[in-house]
Design a protein around this ligand. Sequence first.
Ligand SMILES: Cc1cc2nc3c(=O)[nH]c(=O)nc-3n(C[C@H](O)[C@H](O)[C@H](O)COP(=O)(O)OP(=O)(O)OC[C@H]3O[C@@H](n4cnc5c(N)ncnc54)[C@H](O)[C@@H]3O)c2cc1C
Length: 98
Amino acid sequence: MTRTTYDAVVVGASPNGLAAAVELADGGRPVAVLDANEQVGGGVSDLRQPLARPAPRPAPHSTPARGLYLCSSSTPPGADVHGLCGYLAARAALRHLG
Ligand SMILES: Cc1cc2nc3c(=O)[nH]c(=O)nc-3n(C[C@H](O)[C@H](O)[C@H](O)COP(=O)(O)OP(=O)(O)OC[C@H]3O[C@@H](n4cnc5c(N)ncnc54)[C@H](O)[C@@H]3O)c2cc1C
């Protein structure tokens, strides 16, 4: 049996999750994408997203847990289907991976 190892695991095959995965792969990091749904694309439609805007923080995509980054639309620049939250989270992860 072949064993595959990854430098990064993205949870959520959403606009931001997929943007993060592409950026990590472009940065030369093997990446796995997991989603609870069988269909990729995300787009969970409830009213929390437009109402719960990201709070300003110095490093909004990093967390206190080493190696854990947030790429959802709860991070800047916020909700929409632009993938920028994922891109920025992946850039933060790549900076820390060196
Ligand atoms: C009412 C409404 C209308 C909108 N209309 C528009 C519009 O017209 N145009 C537009 O551009 N944007 C629109 N948006 C915004 C857009 O849908 C979201 O901003 C965008 O989908 C957010 O992407 P995301 O990557 O943060 O996560 P999401 O798209 O929310 O995806 C999250 C993913 O993570 C997965 N997931 C969650 N928990 C787990 C888990 N524990 N394990 C594994 N997988 C998990 C989910 O299955 C999902 O695939 C709308 C949003 C709302 C709420």
